[in-house]
Design a protein around this ligand. Sequence first.
Ligand SMILES: Nc1nc2c(c(=O)[nH]1)N[C@H]1C(S)=C(S)[C@@H](COP(=O)(O)OP(=O)(O)OC[C@H]3O[C@@H](n4cnc5c(N)ncnc54)[C@H](O)[C@@H]3O)O[C@H]1N2
Ligand code: MOO
Length: 401
Amino acid sequence: MLEVVSLDDARSAVADRFFPLRRGVRQVPLDAAAGCVLARDVVAQEGVPSFDRSTVDGYAVVAADTFGCSDALPALLTLVGEVDMGAKPEMACSPGTCVRIPTGGQVPDGADAVVMLEYCEEYGDGTVGVAKPVAPGGNIVFENDDVKPGEVLISAGTTLLPHHVGTLASLGMVNCEVYEQVNVGVISTGDEIVPTDAVPVASQMRDVNAPVLASAAEACGAHVTRFPIVPDRYDVLLATVRAALESCDMVLVSGGSSAGRKDNTERVLSELGEMLFHGIAVKPGKPTMCADVAGVPAFGLPGHPVAAYFMFLELVRPLLAGDRKALSVAAKLSAGVPSNHGRSELVPVRLEQRDGQVTAVPIRGKSGLISQLSRADGFFAIGRNLEGLAAGAEVDVRMFS
Ligand SMILES: Nc1nc2c(c(=O)[nH]1)N[C@H]1C(S)=C(S)[C@@H](COP(=O)(O)OP(=O)(O)OC[C@H]3O[C@@H](n4cnc5c(N)ncnc54)[C@H](O)[C@@H]3O)O[C@H]1N2
Ligand code: MOO
């Protein structure tokens, strides 16, 4: 009999022991940074912008000169020059004067606002009429407004997206330090399991778990190393897991996780490291285990593909995904779902918009059938001590992606 822990306790045991995952750091050029996970805080070495900048095409003014002006009674200002883009203004603005300025131009000394040219008229005699007042600071981004020197702009652990790349570019950071991809070893076990491209004979089964787990790990940004399918032999599994541990930062074994005569995973992982738990009060996924092998997490996942996938999503994805968290969506249950076996139950659902509400429609099926998930968008959990949920209950749907 397995000594089961709750799903919450299993999640915490994994997170407490292994998060964040240990891995190397490397430098990448900015062009290759998108999708990588930042290894060090990015601290601004300089302010942005480096000068007071106009956000509109118009006239730099002393704001007080425009107070009370209108179409009927424009403020009359003397035009004293024009700002060139990219250059420091040669002239200053003083009360009663204005300077023509393009969007992005440096605001001349003395000016504290810019009026849009739509509200101004050049009379051709060196004067400009301003028909709309502007407040001090109007239409100006001041020096260091965007970024202050010393500010932490992007925290370590962030997955870099195009707008982060833009921030790094604006600071002239042409290289950044990112984590190496986590290398996940994926091992399928079972005498009956044959490669996915083989034609099964008798009661053989095609390998479904390795492609599912490999693509799920890759979707979290990991690199995957696949190992040959292992028969139900202790010595072969031990050697394969040992080989995986030499090159991988995490190992996922599927199959052979329960307590049968040919189930070797627990023996192998206990031999190599410290077993944190074997058995979770959850359906599907009960015989799941996790061991700590010198700091490397080694999971024994159930053979049933849906159980293996759900346990990956619940226990492994949070470790691998970091800030690439899966969405969860609040939805109303379309139909009652019974559950009374003393285990939390993970129920796959399809999301539909019904009567203006996000509705979760349960997908029925047995835990071994992966094809049922093709119709699902995610799953929700029924608590261990509940006897099910009634139609109309609010559920929190964890999305597959
Ligand atoms: N006496 C008991 N028997 C079982 C228990 C139990 O508590 N007592 N638990 C059941 C539960 S729950 C699960 S889940 C399964 C999981 O057991 P294993 O992890 O040992 O899985 P296997 O027996 O190796 O395989 C189960 C099933 O899945 C198929 N399989 C395995 N690997 C793959 C793969 N890579 N691709 C596709 N399909 C795979 C395998 O052929 C079996 O049909 O144990 C119950 N038994
Ligand atoms: O835990 Mo098992 O996956 O219910 O069949």
